[in-house]
Each structure stands twice: as C-alpha cells, then as structure tokens.
Ligand binder design. Structure first.
Ligand code: F0G
Length: 431
C-alpha cells in the first residue's frame, strides 16, 4: 500500500513523504500519523494464518506477518527479533476477582525484551535503518529504553538512552546496559521534562528519536490488535483494556481497529478502556471533560506509567471516543492487589500492566462493564521487570510517595527456616 505522513489535526491534514525525518507537523505542530492508501488483497486472513507456518524471520514475527498493513512494503529492511506472537491466556481467578464471568489476557510480556514496546520498536528501528540514520535516542520509564537498546543493537545502530535517575526499575535499566546502549541517568528530572530535552538534542545532533511520538512506532504497535483479532478468528471482544501512560499504545490500538474495520476485517469496534494510575492521570481528567492539564509531579509505584504530560493525548482522546470507550483511574493498593491476583493466576506482570485488572474491577462494580462481557486486557510487561516491587509487596514493605504503606492484602511472605528437617516438617504440617 502507499503510505504518507499526515498531520493529525483535522483542520490542517498537511501531507509529507514517508522519508521525511519529522515528528510533528512543521506547519501547525500537530501530531503525525501514517496513512495507508490502497486495497488489501481479498485473502489476507488466510495468508497471515499461513505465514505462521513459515520459517522466514519476517513471517515468524507477529509484527511483520501483517506487513500489508504497515508502511514498509515487503519488509526488506526489517530489523526483527521475532517479536509479537504473544499468547491469549484465560484467567478464571482474575475474572472472579474483577467480578467478570471470564477474562482473557493478551500478554505482551512474552516479547523478546519483555514488553509491548518491541512491537513498535521493530518498526521504529527499521525506519531508522531505512532512513540511513546512525544513532537513535529515547527517554524512557524503562521499557522503551530496553527495547530500543536491543533493536538498535540488532540493527547496527548506536543507542542513546535517557532515563530519570533513580526512577526506573533495575530490571529495565539492566537491559539497556546489557544491550549496549549509552545510558544517561538524568538527575532531578521526570519523564516529561527529559522528553523535551531529548527532542531538542535529537534535532540538534541529527539523532533519530524513537519515543512513541514517532509515528512508525505506533504502526508497529497496531499489530498487537491485529494479532489479537487473528487469534480470535476475527471476532472482536466487547472491550480491550490497557494501561495509559504516554498514550502511544492507546493511539495505536484505535488506529488498528479503525483500519481493520475500514478493510472489512472486523465487523464492529470493541470499546477501549484506558486505565491510569491515580497519581499520574491527566488523561482521565481530560476525558471527564476538564481542560487538558498536565500533572507537574506525577507519582505512582507503577513507574512505567509515571507520566504527567502524555504527548499523544489528542490522538488517544479521538480513539477512545471513536470506540465509545472509557478512561478510569486506580489507586496504588488497587494496582498492587490486582497485580498479586494476576500472579496467583500463574501469569504475572509488571505493576503498570496490573492497572488493567484493577480498572476492570472498578468498571464492573460501577456497571459500566457487564459481568458477562467479553474482555481482553493487555498485560504490557513481564513479571520480572520489577522484582523489587514484588518483594516489597509480599513482605509488607511496599511504600508509596508520602510514606504511605501499601497493605500486603494478598501477600505471600517467605519464611526463614533452620537447616533442620524436623523443624521444616513442623512448619509444613502446621504444628
Ligand atoms: N505499560 C508499560 C509496562 C509501559 O512500559 C508503558 C509505557 C505503558 C504501559 C504505557 O504505554 O505510554 O503507550 O500509554 N512505557 C513507556 C516507556 C513510557 O518509556 O517505557 P503508553
């Protein structure tokens, strides 16, 4: 299909060639999105299914398999680590916790670097290679940097990562180091402030920016929805639930749904439910009708979504409205207990991902989501991304900003025992 960059602002809609290195409309400053024009061959559903059986890297990838709906032609530049191919998992315990008859998790933590960012980053890195860029950069709450570092390494690019010092989990920081990214821990600044910094530096130094403002990242993240529908034999659920931070993923999901509907691949749009952490919920306030007001000092232990000024909020608002969706916010204890519940289902996820289940529980209780609804919640990151959080929760030491203790309601305390079979036996038999 033919592709162009188009300004997202309805009264601008300026168009630019796909090879232009821009992230905002040079005319009005609006966000950009890729527009694909043309018709799909009639038998795409079976072609995509057949590709799962092929051994070529781009057919094995759960992103590049859907390349007809991506702006990269036949994928000749693809930088792939066999991303995507993430499972749909049933979790009756988690459903009961939320008050639903059933729930399905689409677990993006099964990706090569353990988060949904890989779906987008394979495309972002590919665009960097196609453009002949040598260096790529991002600010991150941890997952984007881990993913960018890996894909840059795989694509022969130099990676520059900027992170808020002391505010990302060690699992994620460790990944950036291991994959060889030049890692700068910025002192005394949060994600939003560093984003302004990295945008300026990227422009000045000719470095390709790979934050989700980059429309090619969004293109890749669409495939989370494509694959989900393919796995469900193209039967849309009633709801797709996801956590909201910088809102790139919300934008990608909405765009994916619109495209599937326009090409006749699905018959109706599921509703999007975006869940934010209470201390970092500017989109929730905006969606409720307030003016858009950034949160100057966002706070949440779900550090992945500790963002107070999400760049993609205009796109996200349109996508949520288009699907008649909702935006909800949840507290720190709600996230912590939902996370432990997902763990007890044998699945596990990082804190930000668990905001989904916490939000669903609230939406069911409020009567917004029906008990018998068909719900897919997207778990965005792997359980091992943030082991400190887990240990602190289960040992009753999890503390939120302002020294607020999070109750360890579903805690599972490790027990120290003597090196003595009889003593261990007494403990195990409850004597
Ligand atoms: N869940 C996880 C695990 C994330 O890492 C992020 C974002 C989100 C949800 C929110 O997604 O920004 O598209 O609304 N992490 C970014 C990062 C910001 O730098 O890794 P979003």
């Amino acid at each position: 299909m033919l592709s162009e960059l188009v300004c997202f602002e309805p009264n601008c809609r300026a168009r630019f060639p796909i090879a232009e290195v821009i992230y905002n409309c040079p005319g009005c400053g609006g966000l950009l999105e890729v527009e694909l024009t043309g018709t799909l061959p009639a038998d795409m559903k079976s072609t995509w299914r057949q590709r799962r059986l092929c051994n070529t890297p781009i057919d094995q990838s759960g992103v590049w398999r859907y390349r007809e709906l991506l702006p990269f032609g036949d994928g000749e530049y693809a930088v792939t680590l066999r991303e995507g191919d993430t499972p749909l998992l049933k979790a009756p315990r988690a459903a009961a916790y939320a008050g639903l008859d059933q729930i399905t998790f689409k677990h993006q933590g099964y990706n090569p670097t353990g988060s949904f960012k890989d779906n987008g980053m394979t495309c972002g890195a590919t665009q960097a290679v196609r453009l002949g860029m040598r260096r790529v950069a991002c600010v991150s709450t941890g997952n984007t940097s881990a993913s960018m570092a890996a894909y840059a390494a795989a694509g022969g690019l130099d990676a520059i990562v900027l992170i808020p010092h002391g505010n990302i989990s060690y699992g994620k920081l460790a990944q950036a180091l291991e994959y060889g990214a030049r890692t700068l821990q910025v002192e005394g600044a949060n994600f939003d402030e560093i984003l302004a910094l990295v945008r300026m530096l990227a422009e000045k130094l000719g470095i390709y920016l790979l934050n989700s403002i980059n429309p090619f990242r969004i293109e890749g993240q669409k495939t989370i929805v494509f694959e989900m529908m393919d796995q469900r034999d193209w039967n849309p659920p009633d709801w797709i639930v996801l956590p909201g931070g910088n809102l790139g993923n919300t934008s990608a999901f909405g765009k994916a749904l619109r495209e599937l509907k326009a090409h006749g691949l699905i018959s109706r749009l599921p509703r999007l439910a975006v869940i934010q952490a209470e201390g970092a919920a500017p989109f929730h306030e905006y969606w409720r009708g307030g003016p858009y007001r950034k949160v100057a000092h966002p706070e949440t232990l779900a550090t992945a979504i500790k963002i107070g000024d999400p760049v993609s909020y205009p796109k996200a608002l349109r996508e949520v409205a288009e699907t008649q969706g909702v935006v909800e916010k949840v507290t720190e204890p709600e996230i912590a207990d939902a996370k432990a519940t997902i763990g007890r289902a044998g699945i596990g996820c990082e804190p930000a991902s668990a905001a989904t289940l916490a939000g669903i529980k609230k939406l069911v209780a409020a009567g917004v989501m029906r008990k018998d609804a068909d719900v897919v919640a997207v778990l965005t990151g792997h359980v091992l991304k943030d082991p400190d959080y887990i240990y602190h929760y289960h040992t009753g030491q999890l503390t939120a900003a302002g020294n607020i203790k999070i109750p360890s309601r579903l805690g599972n305390q490790p027990v120290v025992v003597p090196n003595d079979a009889a003593a261990i036996e007494r403990i195990l038999e409850g004597q």
